[in-house]
Design a protein around this ligand. Structure first.
Ligand SMILES: Nc1nc2c(ncn2[C@@H]2O[C@H](COP(=O)(O)OP(=O)(O)OP(=O)(O)O)[C@@H](O)[C@H]2O)c(=O)[nH]1
Ligand SMILES: [Mg+2]
Length: 313
């Protein structure tokens, strides 16, 4: 997919009969369910998801057509106090992204009582000076009276600061999601489509592959390790004679002792990661690939600005 500005002015995007379009930042605390919501509404697994906080590290822009409107959902990393250079860079990217959007969709995890973390996110999204729509997520796990309690707690937290709407939703069952999209669409500016009708996600294949490998790594690893891993694509070679493309990836860890955890007994761990990642890549990219994974150690990579920039993080 090309840059939206090029696509728009270069006449590549069609989105033929669109009369409203705009960018919606999907913001909130880690683990609130932002990426799950984005995947649900676009109907593709464009953003990686896990039960571990801080799954999203790279911003994903997903395109959704609804009636005569085109929404571009900008799935952001979760917001919390930065702990290292990587989380600092992520937080800067989140705050920087607000100036490029028309609306902010603030996703709140309904399973938690809103506390200090949510108050910090409130300050951040309201400082963005964009209309804010709130989604109270995970209501499939709440009783009706708990939903009411959460709504009261959120409005108390906001005080007299303005927001546009608050919609209880479940990103898993889809409850409330239509009503939420209606609230967003009616607040989009008038204008033609930014992306073509077939575009679903604005991300290079290389980045998507790295993301899917990381998602598979997260789902196969235990506890603390997930934060210590990163994935880069080293090589992508076109297949010969119509054969599958060959992709070489590195799973980075921070210490020698972590290599064994990823590789697993007799290589079973990395083999499982490879099988799961390849299946997801082939489904999402729509072509077969040959995937090679290796594990390397890079000490303190989360605090190495140069390395993070090279890895696209
Ligand atoms: N029960 C329930 N679980 C949900 C819902 N939405 C998301 N989850 C779960 O919440 C966890 C976190 O989901 P993500 O979509 O990765 O959350 P996120 O906000 O993108 O998290 P970060 O990328 O870390 O900021 C996953 O285990 C999801 O399955 C929901 O509506 N109901
Ligand atoms: Mg996410």
């Amino acid at each position: 997919m090309t840059d939206p500005i090029d696509a728009f002015f270069g006449g590549e995007a069609s989105g033929s009969d669109v009369s409203r379009s705009g960018f919606v930042a999907v913001a909130g605390r880690p683990n609130a369910g932002k990426s799950t919501l984005v995947n649900h509404v676009v109907g593709h697994h464009v953003a990686i998801v896990s039960p571990i906080a801080q799954t999203t590290r790279r911003i994903v822009r997903a395109v959704l057509r609804r009636g005569d409107a085109q929404l571009i959902l900008v799935d952001l990393p979760g917001s919390q106090k930065p702990k290292d250079r990587m989380t600092q860079r992520m937080q800067r990217a989140v705050e920087g992204s607000f100036s490029d959007v028309d609306l902010v969709l603030w996703v709140i995890d309904g399973m938690d009582e809103p506390g200090a973390g949510e108050r910090r996110v409130a300050d951040m999204v309201l400082a963005a000076r964009r209309p804010v729509v709130i989604a109270l997520n995970k209501v499939d796990r709440l009783r009706p009276e708990q939903i009411m309690q959460r709504i009261v707690a959120i409005t108390e937290l906001l005080g007299d600061r303005p927001y546009e709407a608050l919609v209880p939703i479940s990103s898993i069952t889809g409850d409330g999601v239509d009503a939420l999209l209606d609230e967003l669409v009616q607040r989009l500016p008038e204008g033609p489509a930014w992306f073509g009708d077939d575009d679903v996600v604005d991300m290079r294949d290389e980045e998507r592959i790295a993301e899917y490998v990381r998602e598979a790594t997260l789902s196969h690893l235990r506890e603390e390790l997930p934060h210590a891993t990163a994935v880069t694509v080293d090589d992508m070679l076109d297949g010969t004679d119509g054969g599958p493309d060959s992709v070489h990836c590195t799973i980075w860890v921070e210490r020698e002792s972590q290599v064994g955890i990823v590789v697993g007994s007799k290589g079973a761990g990395i083999r499982d990661v490879g099988i799961a990642a390849r299946a997801m890549i082939e489904t999402q990219l729509g072509r077969s690939i040959h995937l090679e994974l290796r594990v390397k150690v890079r000490r303190r990579w989360r605090d190495d600005e140069t390395w993070l920039a090279r890895a696209g993080l």
